[in-house]
Design a protein around this ligand. Structure first.
Ligand code: AMP
Length: 591
């Protein structure tokens, strides 16, 4: 049987080889994708009936990039909808698609589906193995140990055509590959399947914590998909640790766990353990009264070697709190990927999250890069924050220090698909670029896994302002927004300036309307689980946006060029808005 160490050497050897030859591997990857899917309706439309197999690599790449257009999700959506409705002829892939994933973001105000195949689960397993191998170079762990993993599978449902829909992580936790990962990396999650798939954030988190403590001496590291869940779990722990202690002491389970399958699964694992309970009590009393919970993780999990999770991008605001709980434990920033495709692996797990970049895995998809140039005279308060674009280049032509938007051609039927992420090439790992994640292009509102663009916000405000006009004699004259990540949980704040009279009751309804009108899956799930708090509507006094404009114009030129920023983190602007706020409402949409 393969040992863990031998497995690590193998997978690193494989990656070093494909990175060394990244340009050639990319050509081969494109060829494989096109050969596997030659003749599907979408490709026939653009490539006709060309014989891919007879072409050399250069001709194939040139032909592909000159004939197939760069698209966004909206362009492929009609094909994906036909698949969802049960059409079985080969539209995007030759292999029938039976599962769809829900990606974050929206298409024309609807949830975004992307195809999921066996290849998707296999690449997840491959990147997890690769990542574990690089990590073990710096932070080796004991074989057969446990992971305190804050992971949550969402619900699955069926489309009209009978296809299963769920998030990519939900599919993965239900797949064979998830079991294989635990076996090959010889690290086992503390919680059983019934907890991971429970579907109730509070109940799942309670059981993750309880079982994490039950197995505390065996826990080798703490992990989650995105770091905000670890932060949330431990701030929840600060409130309920006494309840958990009581459960450990008596081998019992709190009545807050009402899901029968979860109760049964957890109760079969725990036993009364008074000595562990009194140890936890002692540590927590000290943490609570003297230390402000500083170093909670190493104090309660003394054998934990590190914390692993995505800590970059929209997770950066959670780093301070995570570091506080981590004490001195290393924070290992996890890999870079999307529902559409995995992209890069963190080959320097010893670097702090602020400095992490991701080496592109050239076998996973065919990657193209749209060079982006920031517009001149950008300033936080009055720019539209976007870029000037140039023609996309292949992986072989990316330049150090340049910013790009990523374009993917995947094994799952997405061809020259704009991912919407802005990345910077910060170095090379052998022949493959290392990307640092800058931000999601056009994204303005995000708290954790939610992703809403200016267009989404505009649509949501339009809907609520129509409600306002229907029910009152008032209208919205200007608006902006802010993602408040300081409060816990974070929430969206929308500022309205209105003309005319509106009763509080009507404004309350508008606030609720906006909360429900954000349909991005990440937002909906986070709201249901209360990992994003109720949306807040703040009504500002008349003339406030005029003050904002004056202030902005004073800073950067002509009033005729001024556009109200639809989202802001600018403290000057927020101060003006907050000083002028006359009414506040919190949504009751998900109560
Ligand atoms: P989803 O398709 O919902 O899984 O979201 C994928 C998106 O999450 C990516 O396109 C990125 O914008 C963001 N993301 C994923 N991994 C990372 C990472 N390691 N660092 C920063 N952002 C990430």
């Amino acid at each position: 049987m393969e040992t863990v160490e031998a497995g690590h050497v193998d997978v690193i050897g494989w990656f070093e080889h494909v990175s060394e030859n990244a340009c050639k591997v990319q050509s081969e990857t494109l060829r494989r994708i096109l050969e596997l899917n030659s003749g599907v309706e979408y490709l026939r439309k653009w490539l006709g009936t060309v014989d891919v197999e007879k072409m050399d690599d250069y001709t194939l790449e040139t032909l592909f990039t000159s004939l197939v257009p760069i698209v966004s999700h909206a362009d492929l959506d009609p094909y994906i909808q036909r698949i969802a409705d049960g059409e079985t002829s080969p539209l995007l892939t030759q292999e029938p698609i039976t599962v769809l994933s829900l990606s974050s973001g929206t298409t024309e105000g609807r949830q975004k589906y992307v195809p999921f195949t066996r290849h998707s689960a296999q690449t997840t397993l491959q990147i997890f193995r690769l990542s574990a191998a690089y990590r073990s170079r710096y932070y080796p762990i004991r074989e057969g140990g446990r992971i305190l993993e804050f992971i949550y599978a969402g619900k699955e449902f069926k489309t009209l055509g009978g296809l299963t829909v769920g998030t990519a992580t939900t599919h993965y936790y239900a797949s064979e590959e998830f079991k294989t990962k635990q076996e090959t990396t010889k690290s086992f999650t503390c919680s059983p399947k019934e907890v991971i798939t429970g579907g109730d954030f509070g109940q799942c988190t309670y059981c993750h914590l309880l079982l994490g403590l039950h197995y505390s001496s065996q826990v080798e590291f703490v992990a989650s998909a995105f770091s905000y869940t670890i932060v949330q779990a431990f701030s929840f722990f600060e409130e309920i640790w006494r309840e958990i202690c009581a459960d450990i002491k008596e081998g019992n389970l709190s009545s807050r766990i009402t899901l029968p399958k979860m109760r049964k699964a957890v109760l079969t694992l725990i036993r009364p353990n008074p000595s562990l309970a009194s140890h936890i009590e002692e540590v927590c009393t000290e943490l609570e009264s003297n230390l402000g919970w500083l170093g909670l993780i190493p104090k309660l999990w003394p054998n934990a070697k590190f914390i692993s999770s995505i800590m970059t991008g929209s997770m950066l605001p959670y780093l301070n709190k995570l570091r506080h709980y981590a004490g001195g434990l290393p924070l290992v920033s996890a890999d870079y990927g999307s529902t559409e495709s995995w992209i890069g692996v963190n080959v320097d797990p010893n670097l702090p999250p602020e400095d992490v970049s991701f080496a592109v895995i050239p076998t996973f998809s065919y990657f193209e890069f749209i060079p982006l140039y920031r517009r001149q005279n950008q300033s936080d308060i009055c720019s539209d924050g976007d870029f000037v674009e140039e023609k996309p280049v292949p992986l072989s032509q990316v330049k150090l220090g340049q910013e790009y938007e990523l374009v993917l051609t995947t094994f799952t039927g997405l061809y020259r698909y704009r991912l919407g992420d802005v990345v910077e090439v910060t170095g090379f790992h052998k022949g493959t670029p290392k990307l640092s994640f800058i931000y999601r292009r056009k994204l303005i509102l995000t708290i954790n896994i939610d992703k809403n663009t200016e267009k989404d916000l505009q649509r949501v405000v339009d809907k609520a302002s129509q409600l306002l006009s229907r029910t009152t004699r008032a209208e919205v004259v200007d608006f902006t927004s802010h993602a408040d990540v300081i409060a816990s949980p974070g929430h969206y704040v929308i500022y309205w300036e209105i003309r005319g009279e509106a009763e509080d009751k009507a404004l309350e309804e508008c606030c609720k309307e906006m909360d429900t009108a954000f349909v991005d899956y990440g937002y909906v799930v986070s709201r249901r689980m209360n990992s994003i708090g109720p949306l807040e509507l703040r009504v500002v006094e008349r003339g406030t946006f005029g003050k904002v404009a004056e202030r902005c114009v004073g800073k950067c030129g002509g009033l005729n060029q001024f556009k109200t920023p639809r989202c802001t983190t600018n403290s000057v602007m927020l101060n003006i808005l907050d000083d002028s706020t006359i009414k506040r409402f919190r949504s009751s949409a998900y109560d």
